[in-house]
Ligand binder design. Sequence first.
Ligand code: ADP
Length: 685
Amino acid sequence: MNHPKPQRTLLQRWRGAWRRWSLWTALVLLVVSMLATMVWLAGRYEASQVQTRLERDTADAVSDIRTALTRNLQSLQALPADLPGQLAWEVEASELLRNRREIVRIEWRDSNLRMRTHVQSPYRPVAWDVRLRDSSQSELTIACTNARRLGSPAYSSSYFQPHGDGLGSEMMELCVPLTAGGRTTGFLVATYALQDILINLVAHNLTRSQEASFTEPDGTRLAVMGAARRGSRMFTATHLLDLPGGTLVLRMDGWHTAPSLFPNVLTALVTAMSIALVTVMVVLVRDNRRRLRAERDLADALAFRKAMEDSLVTGLRARDLEGRITYVNPAFCEMVGFTPPELLGISVSAPYWPPERVEEYQQRQAIRFAGYMPPREGFESEFMRKDGTRFPVLIIEAPLINAQGQHTGWMSAFLDISEQRRVEELSRASQERLQATARLATVGEMASLLSHELNQPLAAISSYANGSLNLLEQHATPAPAPALPGTTPAPDALDDVRMAMRQIARQAERAGRVIKSVHDFVRRRDQAREAVSAQQLLDAILPLVSLQARKLGVRVHTSVEPGLPPTLCDRTMVEQVLLNLARNAMQAMDDPSVRSRVLDIRARRAASNQHSGWIEFVVTDQGTGIPPDVAARLFTPFFTTRPEGMGLGLSMCRTVIEQHGGFLGFAPNEPRGTVFTFTLPATTP
Ligand code: ADP
């Protein structure tokens, strides 16, 4: 989960795109070839339908012809072929010829094939060449020989019979043997014109749309009948008409127009389905493209989330409802020093819990999983790094709600607050130090004041004591006058007084020395001078000043002139001076009438010539200002206008600055407030 996602190389991306495109191309090719095959098959099916119909028609025609020929044979056999009835035969044969137009001529021949009589069709007069007809090679002779041999009617093969006018037609003979008492008594020969067979025996509806013909086995047409060609595509069907003694081939040719775009319903259906398929494919492609875009957006969003998580300094950890860790971000891992695999899935006791607090934390976890909401502002706790060091953390927990609105666990954010703790500790220590220094300074100042104030009375006591002693000595040296009782003390008593006076003078001197030594102790800080830059002084007081400034709503500006040399001073005391002045300034601005609350502290070179080599600190406020009566007593010890004030701050400040040889003064600020200025010596370069 926290492993860095491998960057997709250009090669991988190219491969992915190529695979996608090749798949789509294969799909398109498959669909197109399938559609083409279906259209082709539909066309073929249609052609085969036409062919089948043609073949059926041909078979029907052959069957019709065969039936008609059989009927004709029966009619021929029914002719009265008796010798005395020759006339009757002729009449009936003529009648038959009139009814059956395909028969051109009927002959009655004797058993030696000599002609007895014959009748001719009135529809097709032909100039018969009798010699040729009676030759042993003629089709007639062959057919009758076959008939005699078989004892049944036989047909001859077809032959061309010229009509005498340059034209002619294909003919075919039928020889029917006449028998009486088992002997062949003669033959009936009927001559068929193939053309007329086609005209009369093939149904007209068949020849209306197709061409019927008799052909030789090699395809030569013998007789043709039917429609002229109409379409570009030809269909052909042939069928054998085998007759006893000879065989004919009936051929039918049908023309069909070239298949149009939608030749029939099937093709139309296939085409419609193809269009639907292509449409579905287009929709699919679009859908796929949309999905790809959505995928890309999702990947972008994920990358964005990941970048955001990785850049966080707040540690994040998610746990499911059983307390198992399901997610940790890099900041959390860095904080505790464990890798994600060492943390994920752990539920009972996390490795970053200090062993001595495991029980307490488990209880806390149990409370959380019992459904108690953690405090919104978070709570503090202590964690342990992998190396065993402890550190404080601020934990903010919130329930984890999934997309369906179900509570699936807890998400916690962690802030390592060790640095914050360290800063707080530092500032507390420095504040304590400054407060101690302030107290010390106050005590020192008081001591100094007391010594100053007590010196005079002590000196007076000492000189009075010495004066008294001198007086006592003068009275003691002349010869002693007669002692008046009650007026002159006894010499012993005078000695005691003298001694007491000496003691008073000595103790007064001693008290003076004690006070001087206290004074000296306070003044001894002169030795503690060091080179400190103005910036260091400001940096030292700023944390404390800022604390109070925040409370009072004051903005603090500081500036140090560039290239300023360091000052030579008692660092602690000067910090105290700066702090006092800044505090006074902020307190002066703590008034409802003051709108703009800006405290300005700057350090610069002293402007006046007489102070060259000095550094000037200026503390400016925009407070209530100092009225004249206050200004007159400002530096008087114990003078204050504040109920909780000591009134020693400014007097101490002046003492400190004067000890450094500097000068502390104040002036009204424009348009309002006060400017306090003091100078300190710069280190000589
Ligand atoms: P304390 O601060 O204990 O009152 P100080 O000696 O520091 O004693 O100050 C004496 C008095 O001088 C203050 O009570 C205040 O009235 C006045 N004062 C000091 N600084 C300022 C200032 N910047 N603006 C107005 N008044 C001031």
